[in-house]
Design a protein around this ligand. Structure first.
Ligand SMILES: Nc1ncccc1[N+](=O)[O-]
Length: 231
């Protein structure tokens, strides 16, 4: 998968060089290219934002640098999905991560919280598939941290990135439930014993216990995830 990231803070994406995603890059599973938006801002100060029409606080990102940058990125003739992280977007959840993981190319456009001139989204949507995605109802100063989260959530789903694909199936939100509690050695720690069923060797009993724990945790922490009949 090819990932293009457009940002005014390219140094923030050095984080993608470490851990699993770093290995995915060196093994060629992920081709990550970070582009500095200021390379498409040609005035003396490489200006990328300006005051908002209609007044108000903060700055809005100018359309021209984005237009030039995206013209270049979209010229390759393939069919990338262009992602704009924004608090005003569709909630980014595990099903969306899975959908993005089957794309051959993603282009991430990191804007400031005050936003990118809306005409950039419209101009891009006229020639490419666009997704405006939100990580949640909170406010970041820009899209970069959101893109790091999305890239990690998507990248780890790519075949070969995670050592044991089994571990992808036993996770929170994978089966619509929060994941069951996990334990490892020692069997007793500060007087707290690992639930005996987990040391029984009875795989059926372990599976039942884990499902019961997942349903109980979901009911306690995220009842909104449970189907109406609470099964
Ligand atoms: N929450 C956000 N705040 C600013 C930019 C992007 C955001 N998001 O969730 O994708």
């Amino acid at each position: 998968m090819r990932l293009d990231v457009v940002t005014i803070f390219p140094e923030l994406f050095a984080a993608l060089d470490v851990s699993l995603l770093g290995k995915a890059r060196t093994s060629g599973l992920l081709d990550v290219r970070v582009h500095d938006l200021r390379d498409a801002a040609h005035d003396r100060h490489r200006t990328v934002d300006d005051t908002p029409y209609g007044g108000g606080a903060g700055m809005v990102m100018k359309p021209e640098p984005w237009g030039e940058m995206l013209d270049g990125l979209l010229a390759d003739g393939d069919d990338p999905l262009v992602v704009f992280p924004t608090p005003a977007g569709t909630p980014f959840r595990q099903p969306v991560a899975k959908a993005l993981a089957v794309e051959s190319r993603l282009i991430f456009c990191c804007g400031r919280y005050e936003g990118i001139d809306q005409r950039v989204v419209e101009d891009t949507a006229a020639r490419a598939r666009v997704a405006e995605l939100s990580l949640g109802d909170f406010v970041l100063n820009g899209g970069e941290v959101a893109v790091l989260a999305i890239v990690e959530a998507v990248g780890r789903l790519l075949p070969g990135v995670i050592g044991n694909p089994e571990s992808l199936t036993e996770e929170s939100h994978e089966d619509g439930l929060l994941e069951y509690p996990s334990y490892t050695k020692p069997a007793v720690w500060r007087g707290r014993e690992v639930p005996p069923v987990l040391r029984s060797g009875d795989h059926g009993a372990v599976a039942r216990w884990r499902h019961e724990q997942a349903v109980a945790r979901t009911r306690r922490v995220r009842p909104d995830l449970l189907p109406p009949d609470g099964s």
